[in-house]
Design a protein around this ligand. Structure first.
Ligand code: E4P
Length: 216
């Protein structure tokens, strides 16, 4: 499973990139708002300088024509920009056009395996299943990821990759990896939690104390 970082925070992206384990970045309008900026172009260009892999940038238009126009402009910001498009009828129309132009689309806000299947049929490079938000409504978000993977496995011609998104805690990542999902996009705080274990810290202290006791 690849790990993408789900943030628009440049410092966090730099820190995470230095670990050598991040394959891409996903952003959305709320994540930009969190950084108190509406300059999507500057932020995207900064991210694309740090990360070689796919960087998802969301469209703000709601109609297919507007989405297509916006996508073409945003895709030109950097070679690794992918376009995030919500899974609506207009989103599907736009994705069908853009995928034929070889613009990679990440169909976002997927809450069902059917939506993800339609995204794949439209030629999306990625479909993002919002696991945490599904869990919040009392549904099993990871089951939707699993169902989507099973469906896509049945049709090898569909080469869409599935992203487990709206990840809230390390257990979501473990469970995502257990499904065999291609990618999990995780907030920086969750990535930091994934690294840590109290017994690792205790173990390091003990090793160093033992070493000190015999070294002069
Ligand atoms: C996915 O690409 C989205 O940016 C993200 O995972 C949304 O997660 P949230 O539910 O924490 O906003």
């Amino acid at each position: 499973m690849q790990i993408f970082l789900d943030t628009a925070n440049i410092e966090n992206i730099k820190q995470a990139a230095s670990l050598g384990i991040i394959s891409g970045v996903t952003t959305n309008p709320s994540l930009l708002a969190k950084e108190k900026t509406s300059d999507y172009e500057t932020v995207t260009k900064k991210i694309c300088k740090i990360i070689d892999g796919p960087v998802s940038v969301e469209v703000l238009s709601e109609d297919a024509e507007g989405m297509i126009k916006e996508a073409r402009i945003k895709a030109a910001w950097a070679p690794n920009v992918n376009i995030k498009i919500p899974i609506t009828a207009d989103g599907l129309r736009a994705t069908s056009v853009l995928s034929k132009e070889k613009i990679k689309v990440n169909m976002t806000l997927c809450f069902s395996a059917n939506q993800a299947l339609l995204g794949a049929l439209a030629g999306a490079a990625y479909v993002s299943i919002f696991v945490g938000r599904l869990d919040d409504t009392g549904q099993d978000g990871m089951q939707v990821v699993e169902d989507t993977l099973t469906i896509l496995d049945n049709y090898p011609d569909l080469d869409t990759e599935v992203i487990a998104a709206s990840i809230r805690h390390p257990l979501h990542c473990t469970n995502a990896a257990l499904t065999g999902v291609h990618i999990a996009t995780v907030p920086y705080s969750v990535l930091m939690q994934m690294i840590q274990h109290p017994m690792t810290d205790v173990g390091i202290k003990k090793f160093l104390a033992d070493w000190k006791s015999v070294s002069k």
